[in-house]
Write a protein that binds this ligand. Sequence first.
Ligand code: GLA
Length: 330
Amino acid sequence: MTTTFWAPGRVNLIGDHTDYSGGLVLPVAIHLGIGLAARPGKRISLVSDGDAVELSADGNGDARGWGRYVAAVAQELAELGRPAVGLEGIVESDLPAGAGLGSSGALEVVVALALCAAAEFEVEPLELAQACQRAEQRAVGVPSGILDQAASLLGREGQALLLDCGTLERRWVELPPQLAIVVVDSDERHSLEASGYADRRAELEAGHPRRVRHVVSENERVRATVDALERNDLSALGSLFLASHASLRDDYEVSTPKLDAVVAAALEAGAIGARMTGGGFGGSVVVVAERDSADVVLRGTLERAGGQGWIVEAAAGATRRRTDFHRGRA
Ligand code: GLA
């Protein structure tokens, strides 16, 4: 029996570089994601675009590239008591890697769901998100937070997830129907491993005043954004996005000239607001626009700044779908 699993990428509306100090985030899961069609096996044996990963069922073996995430997820789940059942399958993705849209988190989540299902092992979504977060740290040694994995697992259609990363308290915030979310991938590849991500976290923990000022003000902006969404106040929303971008650029210093240019281009093209999203040092910009003008804003931004973009809908979190290939049904 082959089962298909799918885990979405995410775009964080606001609340960046707040998760690892126990602050607030407001992501949505998006329609771009990673699929895995797999069945239980003796070993973990996955293929993506002709690139194979071969590991023992508990994740041990020679893992390179994306295989490091697979291995780390299997190892974390083994530590939680998952029986050592392997997985044979094919990974497919329409989520660009290195675009700051949570692709490694989505990979961890889809593999985790499939490994749990193969071994009939149940883990609550938030506990699974934490296991995947530990896997990310284990795989590449980056001290990242829980934002990406939680968004991929807990996303809801038409809603943003408000998560307190300290207490893990959460609620979902309805998005106004006339608001469109546009994502623009700057084409400047980002990698948490290669970037100053770990440095920023260390500087924050050492009490560097500007880093602390960003986090304190960003947490306030997340609260104010929820308020603006609930009051349908799009002009307040736009100002909060711009203030967040300025704070990430000037106080946290994780933006780049290219990301700044995409933000400026989006505003010139008629956006309500725009800001870099995710870890920074390249990656994507999240733009909010009136739904009626979202196409024009997207096209105008790409014409001015290049890159690629999408109008995204807030999607449901990771899922599992049964398919019975024996009877030839998809
Ligand atoms: C990356 C990390 C997240 C979070 C963001 C910044 O996406 O994986 O945990 O820290 O950067 O908000």
